[in-house]
Structures are given as C-alpha cells and as structure tokens.
Design a binder for this molecule. Structure first.
Ligand code: FES
Ligand code: FES
Length: 224
C-alpha cells in the first residue's frame, strides 16, 4: 500500500540515524506485516496511533485507549500486546503483525512477520509474508472460522479477538500457563487449549455484542 504523508517505507538500513530532533520526537522504523515503515513520531505516540494515524492500517481498533478492552490487540515479535499501551518509539525495528497481516499465511503457520524466520511459509528467511502462504481465499483459517461461526456482529472487537487468539494459542503451545492451568502442569510443556483455557486466555478481549460462544467455537475450529 502507499504510505500516507509522514510515513516512508525506506529500508531500515537506509535510515539517517543522525537526523536532528527537537527532544520530543524520534525517528523509528516499525516492520509492520513484513514492510518497513520509517516514521518521525512524537515520543508519546502509541503503537496503536502509529498504526492507525501514521501508517494507515485501521484494523486494530481503539476501544478504551486504556488497556481495558483488547480491541487494539496486535502481535509484536509474535506476542500479543495492547497497542494502546505501548509507545511506538520503544519498538524500533520490531516486527508488528496486525489483522491485515494475518491473512497472508498458510494454515497453521501463525501470523506474518514474527521473529521466527524459520516459519515454513517464510520461504526466504526474511520474516516477510508471501503470497505462496495464502490458503486460497486470502483469509487466515481463523478469519474464515470467524465468518463460518458467525463470531461477530458489529465486528469492532474482531481484529483484536483474532490477533489475541493467535497469540494465545501460541502461548499455550509454548507452555505458558494461564490462571486456569493445572498448577501441576509440567513447566514448558504445551498446554492443551481446552474451552476453559481459551475462554480464560481471551478474557481480556471484550465483545460488546456478546459473541463469546461463537468466538470460542471459531478458535476451537483451528486447533489441530
Ligand atoms: Fe487498547 Fe482498549 S483500546 S485495550
Ligand atoms: Fe461487536 Fe464484538 S462483535 S463488539
């Protein structure tokens, strides 16, 4: 996509790190969905505002702007975050995946452009998404499951739900316990994503339309 005014997709190594600043702003490069975006940002700019207002990716939504609703959830280096709570300048050269970036991966390979450059769909080892990883209709299997399960009504929470679910499943697979995980679970061993686990792990993502049972069904559909 064409970057909006104020954003440039110059390669990271071409950035002029010596550019002067007023003391309230900095130049930062975010690798969003596989593409580098070099931005001059006020230090107070959140990742959410950098994505929406400076890069033009409006998939991540601003619900509360206070870390309470999860509508702004994206993945940073493959881990889910509330993008309204992070300052963009602290994420220089970090890989960010938004809901716009999850559709370009093959089933079961996870989100685009994580720190894992060994992903099967990452055919060049660059960490970038490629069309060879699409699943036929351009949707990630989880996105298609949301459609098939009628897992949204207004859709405002949906980008956050999808990014959060991808992060949650990765956390469970990596053995990260949740509040409902058996305390006797062996450390580091994958946690089975039971309905109770999924519900707990997605409890930070609110849905004002109350689509929770359908969201749970959609997430269960993509568990292998
Ligand atoms: Fe970030 Fe609500 S907008 S948690
Ligand atoms: Fe409307 Fe979740 S579908 S807030």
């Amino acid at each position: 996509m064409t970057p909006p005014p104020g954003a440039s997709r110059t390669a990271h190594q071409h950035r002029d790190r010596t550019a002067p600043h007023t003391g309230t702003g900095s130049t930062v490069t975010l690798r969003v969905n596989g593409a580098p975006y070099t931005l001059d940002l006020d230090h107070r700019t959140t990742l959410l505002d950098a994505l929406r207002e400076h890069i033009g990716l409006t998939g991540a939504k601003k619900g509360c702007d206070h870390g309470q609703c999860g509508a702004c959830t994206v993945l940073v280096e493959g881990r889910r975050v509330n993008s309204c709570l992070l300052f963009a300048v602290a994420l220089d050269d970090h890989a960010v995946t938004t809901v716009e970036g999850v559709a370009t991966r093959k089933a079961g390979t996870g989100p685009a452009d994580t720190a894992d450059t060994t992903s099967p769909a990452d055919t060049t080892g660059t960490g970038h998404a490629h069309d060879t990883g699409t699943d036929g209709d351009g949707l990630h299997p989880l996105q298609r499951a949301f459609v098939e399960r009628d897992a949204f009504q207004c859709g405002y929470c949906t980008p956050g739900q999808i990014c959060s679910a991808l992060g949650a499943l990765a956390e469970a697979a990596a053995g990260h316990p949740s509040y409902v995980t058996d305390p006797g679970h062996p450390p580091g061993r994958p946690v089975t994503p039971t309905p109770e686990e999924i519900s707990e792990r997605l409890s930070g993502n609110l849905c004002r339309c109350g689509a929770y049972p359908h969201i749970l069904a959609a997430v269960e559909d993509v568990i292998e």
